[in-house]
Design a binder for this molecule. Structure first.
Ligand code: ADP
Length: 681
């Protein structure tokens, strides 16, 4: 076995490989781009080396730079993860030349499967069933048109060199064929530099079922059963599970045998995946082989109890496969979902930015979380926006689905839009629970899975208000403890007023709508009245808010729990599996009403877009001083009391972090205070 391994990747897969290597006593070497200087994989590895600027082509795809690190660090082997250089035969060859072991198949096997068209020709020779289609070298449009007619419509046009669902086109009728062909070729050329295409019969309701294979250099080759990856969006996998629901033992065995035959045909070594489409009739057809570890390998690990990265390393080091076919067995059911920073409400647009808060379910034998990011990390525009893989296991599928629902409910991301609620909608869909899967599941149930964009439930609004009030009270107590007169009524956060009724108003922005709550302070509780809620919608609320945002609430005697994560004025309420974002309006002005001695700090990270008064200006309470832009909204900082603006600490255009002091302010008759406002963190 190797003593030092270089991981030529980033994110969750790099972290995952590092963990296995460490368990095996192998020292680990990470590489990182400029964007990943503080990334988790860099922190976890024993050594880490910079390899270039953020764009992948200047760093993670630069084989020369990576081999240079291998030499400098003395790593004997390179694990490429998936993506990047994992299916690059040239890189595998360069490793061999440099005397470094490439943890993957030999270059000839990568090449053999690198082109879908060539791979199909070879698979046909091995007796592997193919979808009726055409993958010939004669690419004359007339030949292709004839072939399409023979196959029968609908037809799928695929690039020879395709991958990642790119460039595939469904053609419903012969008339559309010439135009679609021309477009598919242009797309293939620009994406892969190869305009050859193949044609396949477009199957109406196939399932995507793939078989994990493993081969060593001593002639052994086994199948580690199948994964069902039918839940796809635009031909890309979203949910994966093992075993495939409802697959009978005979088909499972037959698929495994065919997959092993495919691997043997190309003299395969290491981990590979043979992908099939399974027709409702029970017939299955080869579509492609991926010559690397797959994102979804974790579900196979959960149902076989094997560590596939360990298998990869052992095979690469020349050891025999740890187990033979007859030693392998399936245990229970595992499901994986891919949590992405993307906005389902905006056509799943990838999101980039800071993960203000990241919370995952506790892990144990039922729940596994593979991630490469932590709270506060940035999802970069340069790489895949996957935040984590959540993997659950239980004795049967129904129990695993329940685990999945619970795991998603305990997953909390603040700062970026994610597909969490979309994944939860799939996990909660009766069709999913019934195992009624095929590759058009998402398309067919689109209406049920669409993000709910309604207003927050009244209860969510009440929980948010309670969290704000408890937070204020805690801050006031903390300030009082520091002040000269801790018992001063000014330090109380319970709305105590000398000559005033203890009423107040909280205003939240809920999407495009403003929602108000009138509150009356009571001893130890609050009377909350949703002004736009149900008539007479008053509730006595009390509770406890912990540092981590956990809220234990008592709403009129009903005990509830929620998590309320706050970043400046933005609150995300996680309650009963859902999440809702609310923005507390005018946080600065509102806060100062209760908190004399407030200071003027940035309520959230943002940019200063206007300074409204000159230093030295005497201002009235509530007079606007400065405008910030944050979360695509403008926020005005107002004078907390009558007084004088002494100075501004930042200028227009400056980017500021939350909590940064912005204004030095002298309240009339008092010493200057550096200002904020109790609302900010
Ligand atoms: P890529 O390599 O680009 O991911 P694949 O050939 O692996 O492309 O196919 C990806 C997905 O596209 C499959 O999982 C399936 O959902 C769909 N697909 C591919 N071929 C067909 C076909 N002939 N009929 C119906 N769907 C198909």
């Amino acid at each position: 076995m190797f003593s030092k391994l270089l991981i030529a990747n980033r994110g969750e897969i790099a972290c995952r490989v590092i963990r296995t290597a460490r368990r095996l006593g192998i020292r680990t070497v990470a590489v990182y781009s400029e964007a990943d200087r503080d990334a988790l994989h860099v922190e976890l590895a024993d050594e880490a080396y910079p390899i270039g600027p953020a764009p992948a082509r200047d760093s993670y795809l630069k084989g020369v730079a990576i081999l240079d690190v291998a030499e400098r660090s003395g790593a004997e082997a390179i694990h490429p993860g998936y993506g990047f250089l994992s299916e690059n035969a040239q890189f595998a060859q360069a490793c061999a030349r440099a005397g470094v072991v490439f943890v993957g198949p030999p270059p000839h096997a990568i090449r053999a499967m690198g082109s879908k068209g060539d791979a199909k020709a070879m698979m046909a020779e091995a007796g592997v069933p193919l979808i009726p289609g055409y993958h010939g070298f004669d690419q004359h449009p007339e030949v292709l048109r004839q072939a399409a007619r023979t196959i029968g419509f609908p037809i799928l046009i695929k690039p020879f060199a395709g991958g990642g669902g790119k460039g595939m086109r469904v053609v419903e009728a012969p008339e559309a064929f010439p135009d679609q062909l021309a477009a598919a070729r242009r797309e293939a050329m620009s994406a892969f530099g190869d305009d050859r295409v193949l044609l396949e019969k477009y199957l109406a309701r196939p399932r995507h079922v793939e078989v994990q294979v493993f081969a060593d250099r001593h002639g052994a080759c086994v199948a580690l059963f199948e994964r069902d990856c039918s839940i796809q969006r635009r031909h890309q996998k979203v949910v994966e599970e093992a075993p495939a629901p409802g697959l009978d033992a005979a088909t499972r065995r037959r698929m495994g045998e065919v997959a092993v035959a495919a691997a043997r045909k190309i003299d395969y070594r290491g981990a590979g995946t043979v992908e099939f489409l399974l027709d409702p009739s029970g017939a299955f057809y080869f579509i492609e082989m991926n010559t690397r570890l797959q994102v979804e390998h974790a579900v196979t690990e959960m149902v076989t109890g094997q560590d596939l990265v360990e298998w990869q390393l052992r095979v690469a080091a020349g050891e025999p496969l740890p187990l033979g076919q007859d030693d392998l067995a399936l245990h229970g059911h595992a499901i994986e979902v891919r949590l992405y920073a993307e906005d389902p409400a905006n056509d799943f647009l990838p999101q980039a930015g800071r993960l203000g808060h990241l919370g995952f379910p506790a892990t144990d034998c039922h729940v596994r979380v593979d991630t490469g990011v932590r709270s506060g990390d940035t999802v970069s525009i340069h790489y895949d926006p996957m935040i984590a893989k959540l993997i659950v296991w239980d004795h049967d599928r129904a129990a695993a689905v329940r685990r999945l629902r619970a795991a998603l409910a305990e997953t909390r991301v603040v700062g970026l839009a994610t597909n969490r609620d979309f994944l939860a909608a799939i996990a909660n869909h009766p069709g999913y629970l019934a195992g009624d899967l095929d590759t058009r599941f998402i398309e067919r149930h689109h209406g049920d899975l669409r993000p709910q964009q309604g207003l927050a439930a009244d209860r969510v609004l009440v929980l948010a208000s309670l969290a704000v009030l408890l937070d204020r009270a805690a801050r006031a107590r903390a300030e009082a403890a520091l002040s000269a007169d801790p018992w001063s009524p000014w330090a109380r956060g319970d709305g105590w007023r000398l000559n005033d009724e203890a009423h107040d108003l909280l205003t939240f922005r809920d999407g495009a709508v403003e929602r108000q709550i009138r509150l009356t302070y009571r001893r130890g509780s609050y009377l909350l009245n949703l002004l736009d809620g149900a008539p007479g919608g008053e509730v006595v609320a009390r509770g406890e808010l912990l540092e981590d945002g956990s809220l234990e609430a008592d709403l009129g005697g009903v005990r509830l729990t929620a998590v309320v994560i706050r970043a400046g004025a933005e609150l995300t309420v996680f309650h009963q599996g859902g999440s809702h974002r609310l923005v507390l309006q005018e946080p600065l002005a509102a806060a100062t009403q209760d908190l004399p001695g407030g200071r003027l700090t940035a309520p959230m990270p943002g940019r200063i877009i206007a300074i409204l008064v000159e230093p030295g200006t005497k201002v009235d309470k509530g007079q606007p001083l400065l405008v910030m832009e944050a979360m695509k909204m403008e926020h005005t900082l107002k004078a907390p009391a009558p007084g004088t603006v002494v100075s501004f600490h930042h200028g227009v255009g400056d980017q500021v972090e939350d909590g940064v002091e912005l204004v030095e302010f002298a309240v009339d008759g008092e010493a200057p205070l550096l200002g904020a406002i109790g609302e900010s963190h």
